[in-house]
Write a protein that binds this ligand. Structure first.
Ligand SMILES: *Cc1c(COP(=O)(O)O)cnc(C)c1O
Length: 574
């Protein structure tokens, strides 16, 4: 494998992430965090940011999802072998787990930007000759939660192994180790050792992004266990500043070792500042990589109208100029595409005439997938002959409540079909490819998480880019999106500050009724009026001028990476 040494020494930023969605079939992601990481490095490559990425290479991925006839989730290990796309790092690094030596090697995946600039991504693996079988399994599956021990070890491989590997490859001029979520926070342990136990110096080198708006979501480890696995190699100083009630908290560790900390949407910034009042916390709203997420028919419109749109997504703010008929045809093509695909994958066939509402994301319970089925008879009455639904998503293998939600969707679908002829389709194995089809092929994109738990959310941005209207609770990015362009969709409920002290902000009954009212009084009547609908679709597209990772990575470059905006990171499209 050849690495261009001049590029290595120019590299300033190391991006460290437990998941990264490079391609649909490379199973190094489970949800939004990984897809965001993928979009980040795609934009970094386009804008020629001198970046290198680090993640793990999961030999059996997250999992392949199937449903049985009762709507129960079945998980299958993924077997994959795209290694011909990768180069292997020849010389493994060595690190210690308890008192045992572990060899860690990596596969190199190259993310190539519009102008040819490469962001190398090193996917760490313990499937290395010389490692015993139990060691080779350590990088087996993503979020291996069989035990806390496994989890800590995987995070050690990412953080410690990652920093060691970059050093061994000659990345000596890294100014910023960017920890994308707390999983990578053990990198501070290796940096602390390399920088002569100078905490201030470690701090100057690190930046941290948090994605988790609730305390329970942060990784915490019992100090005893940490001591057992690290033995005497965990610096007491770091254990002290990273712990709370005798537990090591990866978020705290990362925050206390970083010169720069940010949340991923403006509201999420507020929530995070309340959770960590002693830290200076910035907010950079997430985005999506537009060329990756735009559907072909919509891309064709953009290409004709604004040949330079990829380099300069600002032009999409003029989306209102798009020709109605062209947009209508493009959307119809996307809808046919989705329905055609769906026909091959589920017994219940969708109907292209009907308003199609889509919901797809991880079935974590806070996302409340089943909220819309709160009153099935009211929903059935409203939707019959007018509206149909398509759902997709995975529940974490150990999340029983999430799996129950999947069953409830199945059961609600049967009831609605038997009593009202309303179709609810549930698609298996949500991944990036299916996301592409869903976010462009449905008419309305649903999202109704518990309020202030969605740090940002990004699937709604993908929908907007493709002219699909958001119908969402005002949380995460949609607070900003809806403020920017109210015409681009509908809000379920009020803005955060409009709820009264003591009011239950997540009242299911109230939220469900709000959904039914809007569906009945606004969405269905508007759909009947082509001009009004298309006007809204164009407003949705205009949001993409802001909610994209080019804008986002420029904010990171300035504020988190201290990079100067100059020639190396602006590309021209040929
Ligand atoms: C975009 C995306 C997500 C994130 O969706 P949210 O709206 O943030 O929940 C999850 N999974 C896949 C496959 C995606 O493409």
């Amino acid at each position: 494998m050849e690495i261009d040494q001049s590029k290595v020494s120019e590299t300033k930023t190391a991006y460290i992430s437990m998941e990264i969605g490079l391609e649909s079939n490379i199973p190094t992601y489970s949800g939004g965090l990984g897809v965001l990481a993928g979009d980040t490095v795609r934009s970094a490559a386009d804008l020629e940011i001198p970046m290198v990425g680090v993640c793990l290479c999961y030999s059996s991925g997250y999992f392949y999802q199937l449903f049985n006839e009762r709507g129960e989730q079945k998980e299958k290990e993924i077997e994959w072998s795209f290694f011909y796309e990768f180069d292997k790092v020849e010389k493994p690094i060595e690190m210690k787990i308890e008192d045992k030596e572990l060899k860690v090697s990596a596969w190199l995946y190259r993310v190539v930007g519009q102008s040819g600039h490469v962001v190398p991504i090193y996917l760490l693996t313990t499937e290395v000759e010389g490692n015993e079988p139990w060691k080779q399994k350590l990088t087996g599956s993503l979020y291996d939660s069989t035990s806390k021990w496994n989890r800590i070890v995987q995070e050690m491989i990412l953080g410690i192994g990652g920093v060691k590997l970059l050093n061994s490859l000659g990345y000596k001029n890294i100014d910023t180790y960017h920890m994308n979520e707390g999983h990578g926070a053990f990198s501070t342990v290796e940096l602390y050792k390399n920088l002569n136990e100078d905490l201030e110096h470690v701090k100057q080198k690190c930046a941290f992004t948090t994605h988790t708006p609730v305390p329970a979501g942060h990784d915490r480890f019992n100090q005893e266990l940490v001591r057992k696995i690290f033995q005497d190699r965990f610096p007491p100083k770091l254990l002290e500043i990273g712990s709370e009630n005798n537990e090591l908290n990866m978020t705290l560790l990362a925050m206390n070792c970083s010169r720069y900390i940010n949340a991923v949407a403006q509201k999420h910034g507020e929530t995070t500042r309340e959770m960590f009042p002693n830290h200076d916390i910035d907010a950079i709203t997430n985005g999506i990589h537009l060329p990756f997420w735009v559907s072909k028919p919509i891309k064709n419109i953009f290409d004709r109208k604004w040949p330079n749109w990829k380099a300069n997504p600002d032009v999409l703010s003029n989306a209102i100029e798009i020709d109605d008929l062209e947009l209508f045809d493009a959307h119809l093509e996307n809808k046919f595409n989705l329905i055609n695909y769906q026909k091959g994958h589920s017994w219940n066939l969708l109907d292209e005439e009907l308003i199609t509402l889509g919901f797809a994301r991880r079935f974590a319970t806070y996302k409340r997938a089943v909220l819309i089925f709160h009153d099935l008879d009211r929903l059935g009455e409203i939707c019959k002959g007018e509206v149909q639904f398509i759902f997709a998503g995975k529940a974490h293998p150990r999340d029983q409540a999430g799996k129950e939600y999947i069953k409830k969707i199945f059961e609600a679908g049967e009831y609605l079909y038997d009593n009202y002829g309303v179709k609810v389709v549930l698609m298996e194995n949500y991944n990036i490819d299916l996301a592409h089809m869903l976010v462009s092929g449905v008419d309305v994109w649903l999202n109704y998480p518990e309020r202030y738990r969605e740090a940002s959310g990004t699937s709604g941005m993908k929908a907007a880019l493709n002219g699909v209207l958001n119908f969402s609770v005002l949380d995460g990015w949609w607070i900003e999106g809806y403020k920017m362009k109210k015409e681009s969709g509908w809000a379920i409920g009020k803005f955060p500050e409009e709820y009264k002290e003591g009011e239950n902000i997540n009242d299911w009954e109230r939220d469900a009724n709000e959904i039914y009212d809007i569906l009945e009084d606004e969405i269905i009547p508007t759909y009947m009026n082509h001009d009004e609908w298309l006007f809204k679709c164009k407003n949705a597209i205009a949001l993409a001028s802001y909610f994209n990772t080019h804008r986002m990575i420029e904010e990171y470059a300035k504020r988190a990476y201290n990079l100067k905006k100059q020639k190396p990171w602006k590309y021209e499209v040929s």
